[in-house]
Ligand binder design. Structure first.
Ligand SMILES: [Cu+2]
Length: 153
């Protein structure tokens, strides 16, 4: 009798979690995020730039709508683009995000699109890792750990 009592709750648990777990395992990540890194900000700086590669492995278009940074590291984060204005290269908040056609990749790299972390709350040193969450327009999120580096890897 004792054994049955033990098995029943386990069976319940399996029923509760098995379909979800199987579903999760079968689904590829909606978005692949690779080579994420954050440039080590100079001492006292309150902003830092981050870079990464996005890839859409699926067969539907994805739109990356924003980024979040671990709250212990910085107050907020944005996706930035570069544009020429009055002969000067300026960066701006890419409110429209980044669109990725099926199979497409996008590189956020020095000199171009990048992530911007605002209100840095702790000193970031080479070897540290910063949690970044990439937000998709459909509500899904992908979290990665970005390496803090002085220079591009
Ligand atoms: Cu920027």
């Amino acid at each position: 009798m004792k054994r049955i009592l033990l098995i029943l709750p386990l069976a319940w648990l399996a029923l509760l979690f098995w379909p979800a777990a199987a579903d999760f395992a079968a689904q590829p990540p909606p978005l692949e995020v690779e080579s994420a890194w954050v440039r080590q900000p100079p001492p006292g700086a309150t902003v830092a730039a981050g870079y990464l590669r996005l890839h859409n492995p699926g067969d539907t278009t994805l739109r990356v709508s924003g980024v979040e940074v671990a709250p212990s590291v910085a107050r907020s984060a944005e996706i930035h683009g570069m544009e020429m204005r009055n002969g000067t290269m300026r960066m701006r908040h890419l409110v429209e995000g980044v669109e990725l056609a099926p199979g497409a990749s996008a590189e956020l790299a020095p000199g171009g699109r990048h992530l911007m972390l605002f209100g840095i709350l702790q000193s970031l040193q080479e070897g540290d890792r910063v949690g970044l969450t990439i937000r998709l327009e459909d509500g899904r999120k992908v979290t990665v750990a970005a390496d803090v580096q002085r220079d591009a890897p």
